[in-house]
Design a protein around this ligand. Structure first.
Ligand code: B3K
Ligand code: ZN
Length: 878
């Protein structure tokens, strides 16, 4: 496998103005005929370079240059390319390839999912369809004809607008689609199947009527309302907030069951994992509803941030992904609770992206090199990339940020550009200089921001001394200081925000400000500070850094009770819990008895009793820091101790707060048969079900019967599933088994519900987890070729069932490695994803390190390792 470097980027030698494709689809093969209008990408009369087209796993049938068939010695074909020598500056190239979609288990290129044909081309899947310049800076106008048997494939779709369609003899038919917008091949899509269509429409801000269509398998037709509604709200929001209007007359979403990720933003024809489209209260949880809304919005927003303006090369992936994740997060914040959304995102980032940034696959938001681009659809590119855009938004403010994005879209419409171009547009629109800021794109690793303070009563000054550093990451031993926007306030003894006056500035800064920390060491002095304040730092998590400030537990309690900023109230409660848990872990390791700091209990009691507080916030505070986050924070993570202590604290809280938990649980009431996916109802269910989980820890007959009753009588899947989770993780074997059996029987025809059933069991931390997972793998509904099933069973076990995955004899590692070896053959992208937990071996004790490395070494020794798996394994062992 070869490494590709950003510094080697060269413009393409040739361009493709027009792409005409004809697909003849059959059960045992497909023929792909392409006609490409091409020209050399250079002025003048110099010698023409050879034309090298990308292609993989193709059976080449014929090549014609300007209508002349080429003899076999007029071109060269190898595993990855087709090379020929053009003789004119402009020419037409016609190629026919034969492929076998029905045997495509990698789910990249053209493949079959159930009874339908569909495609996934990003990043480099188009080259598995036909020979082409499969790179994002080659943009072409596509016209696509799809031909197939009418009875099995009545619906034939591709990008853009339907131009013509017709019948062939022998029961076959065809349809021709034309996309007026030039696009790179990664945005190409095709679908052929027997699908039910849900119609709606949207009137754009300029008054154009857009047809909206969602295509699903007929049995799912009742489950599309939420996706359609989310789509319309996304379209409106992008007009309101970014001034971006949809540009075609039709927008289509197709749901498929076998899909490597969430969804794909193909121009005018988004293809979705059915898990990100289908949502009905009976079958989908609130979390699933939220995910549908988020993914529909994300893919829709790509129409501008990704499609109209795309990436020059794959090193720039975060240009579209980071920006689009930021956009969908803001959309969600506007539709629901801004604070809760931020808490969810920060929780996820810190437990997962920080771990990636501290591990062997750490890379900058704009990587310098890669072996397999599929491995770089990472938390760093997406989530950290979104944090980088958020920091730009914070530094500029909403209005100037919008001026910058207007210029960006305007200047680069129809182009394939770089992260530098994005920054340049923000700079030029506002007359600012982001040179130093751009280090966020080039330096990997999570910066540490260490802050110390000093109050001087005599001069009424308060000093903040900020020191930043960033640990070494692979290939980057030394780091330069970042620009860290630090939103903050100073609180007086009553928790009120104090006026901020920085030394050397004429104007005060109100009661909340953003300090730009740009030096390795930097002092900020506040004047006229009339009493010793407690600082509220890094509000809204204004930069993706690890903040270290010497708060006492009492300080954290005070902030958890009084900080006017909702995010930092949660953060204070969270960091108090982290501090308490870390202390108890040490005590447990020393073999001493555990005793709970009552301040944690009292904070939880106070938020439970505060009915004015958003119920979702209360739920977020009650949810203790995850095991994954505690592992990330540890130098050497003692998984058993972390699991034991966290469970112990949960029990202590449940025992100490039983009364108030019951009171609140009953007050919140159930939803009966009415269900609404609005933020307030979701918040209520979230808190009630969090409380149910706690109450079940008291092991009272009262809680067991409440739980069983909820399982039986729930009017929606959120409540039913929460009860099932609590039962599965309880010691009540009989009720547990009865519930699992009943659930499986009732939902056996609903693959997405069965995924939940698998996931709940695979992530249950009770002893015997590996044996349970092995049994699940032989369940009739399990299928290793379906990525959702792999994620629900193997993924849940390795990522969420840490106690069992890390069992001391290494059998958990061995099991996951065995599955990766099998998946490497079937679906390299999914295999590579499943590797992540093993790559974190440096976090654990010597014995587990050795066991994990042994499994990685065993994988590396396998024959026919895909580039995907090879890259991650070899870098992890390096
Ligand atoms: N752009 C796609 C991801 C494609 C991943 C290919 N391995 C989905 C998204 O981010 O919207
Ligand atoms: Zn995306």
């Amino acid at each position: 496998p070869t490494t590709i470097h950003l510094t080697d980027y060269k413009q393409p030698d040739y361009l493709i103005d027009e792409t005409h494709l004809t697909f003849e689809l059959f059960e045992d093969h497909a023929l792909v005929h392409s006609r490409l209008a091409m020209r050399v990408n250079a002025d003048g009369e110099g010698a023409l370079p050879p034309l090298v087209l990308h292609g993989q796993e193709l059976m080449l049938q014929s090549v014609k240059l300007d209508d002349q068939s080429l003899a076999a010695d007029a071109y060269q074909v190898d595993e990855n390319s087709l090379t020929l020598q053009p003789v004119a500056r402009e020419f037409e190239l016609a190629i026919t390839t034969r492929i076998e979609p029905q045997n495509n288990t990698a789910l990249e290129g053209l493949y079959k999912s159930g009874g339908m044909f569909c495609t996934q081309c990003e990043a480099e899947g188009f080259r598995k369809i036909t020979y082409y310049l499969d790179r994002p800076d080659v943009m072409s106008r596509f016209t696509t004809t799809v031909m197939a048997k009418r009875d099995a494939y009545p619906v034939l779709l591709s990008n853009g607008n339907l131009i013509t369609s017709g019948e062939h003899e022998g029961g076959r038919h065809w349809a021709t689609w034309e996309d007026p917008f030039p696009k790179p091949a990664y945005l190409f899509a095709l679908v052929a199947g027997d699908l039910y269509r849900i119609d709606d429409s949207f009137t754009t801000m300029s008054g154009r009527e857009v047809e909206l269509r969602i295509y699903v398998e007929p049995e799912n037709r009742e489950q599309c309302g939420h996706a359609m509604d989310s789509l319309k709200r996304s379209m409106r929001w992008d007009e309101d907030v970014y001034g971006r209007e949809y540009d075609l007359d039709i927008f289509m979403i197709v749901a498929v069951n076998d899909f490597n990720m969430g969804a794909m933003e193909n121009k005018g024809l988004n293809i979705f994992n059915s898990s990100c489209v289908l949502a009905h209260p009976d079958t989908a949880t609130d979390a699933a509803f939220q995910r549908v809304e988020a993914v529909v919005a994300h893919e829709y927003f790509h129409n501008w941030s990704g499609n109209r303006v795309t990436c020059r090369d794959w090193f720039q992936l975060s240009l579209k992904e980071g920006f689009t994740v930021f956009r969908d997060a803001e959309f969600n914040a506007d539709m629901n609770s801004r604070t809760v959304k931020r808490i969810e995102d920060v929780t996820f980032l810190r437990a997962n992206q920080f771990a990636e940034d501290a591990g062997p696959m750490a890379h900058p938001v704009r990587p310098d090199s890669f072996i397999e681009i599929s491995n770089f659809y990472t938390l760093t590119i997406y989530e950290k990339g979104a944090e980088v855009v958020r920091m730009l938004h914070t530094l500029l403010g909403a209005e100037r940020f919008r001026k910058g994005t207007d210029l960006y879209f305007d200047r680069h419409d129809g182009q394939a550009v770089t992260c530098d171009d994005f920054i340049a547009a923000l700079e030029d629109a506002n007359g600012v200089d982001f040179t130093q800021f751009k280090r966020w794109y080039s330096q990997a690793g999570t910066p540490v921001l260490q802050i110390d303070s000093r109050y001087d009563a005599a001069t009424s000054t308060f000093q903040l001394l900020c020191r930043q550093s960033c640990p070494a990451t692979p290939g980057q031993p030394e780091k330069q200081p970042f620009v860290i926007p630090m939103r903050m306030a100073l609180l007086d003894g009553e928790g009120r925000e104090m006026p901020l006056q920085l030394a050397g500035e004429d104007q005060g800064r109100g009661t909340e400000t953003v300090l730009a920390v740009t030096e390795a060491e930097q002092l900020f002095v506040f004047e006229n500070v009339t009493e010793e304040p407690l600082p509220s730092l890094l509000r809204e998590f204004s930069a993706p850094v690890k903040l270290v400030y010497p708060y006492s537990r009492d300080d954290r309690v005070f902030l958890a009770m009084h900080d006017p900023d909702g995010f930092n109230r949660w953060e204070a409660a969270q960091s108090l819990a982290v501090d308490v848990l870390q202390g108890l872990i040490q005590i447990h390791q020393a073999g001493r008895p555990l005793l709970l700091d009552q301040r944690l209990l009292e904070v939880h009691r106070a938020v439970l009793e505060d009915t004015a507080l958003d119920a979702a916030m209360v739920a977020e505070i009650l949810r203790l820091p995850s095991e994954a986050y505690l592992i990330e924070l540890a130098e050497v993570a003692d998984v058993d101790a972390i699991h034991h202590v966290r469970e112990w604290v949960r029990r202590e809280l449940a025992t100490g707060l039983t009364e108030v938990m019951w009171t609140r649980f009953r007050q919140l009431g159930d939803d009966g048969s009415s269900y609404s996916a609005d933020a307030e109802s979701m918040a209520r269910r979230s808190l009630r079900n969090t409380l149910l989980g706690y109450l079940m820890l008291t092991e009272s007959s009262e809680s067991l019967s409440a739980c069983v009753q909820q399982f039986v009588e729930a009017g929606n899947m959120t409540d039913r599933q929460a009860a099932l989770v609590a039962l599965v993780n309880s010691p009540h074997e009989q009720q547990k088994q009865a519930a699992l059996d009943e659930f499986a029987q009732r939902w056996s025809d609903y693959p997405l519900v069965m995924d939940q059933w698998f996931g709940i069991q695979a992530s249950s931390p009770l002893p015997g987890g590996l044996e349970r997972v092995q049994a699940l793998m032989s369940h009739a509904a399990f299928n290793i070729r379906n990525p959702n099933k792999v994620r629900a069973v193997i993924g849940a076990f390795a990522n969420q069932n840490l106690a069992n995955f890390h069992r001391a004899d290494g059998e958990g590692y061995r099991f996951v490695a065995d599955q990766i070896i099998e998946l490497n053959r079937l679906n390299p992208q999914i295999a590579s994803r499943m590797l992540t937990p093993l790559t974190r071996w440096r976090k654990f004790d010597a014995s587990r390190q050795a066991l994990m490395k042994a499994e990685l070494t065993r994988i590396l020794a396998c024959e026919d390792l895909s580039a995907d798996v090879y890259e991650v394994v070899s870098k992890s062992l390096a």
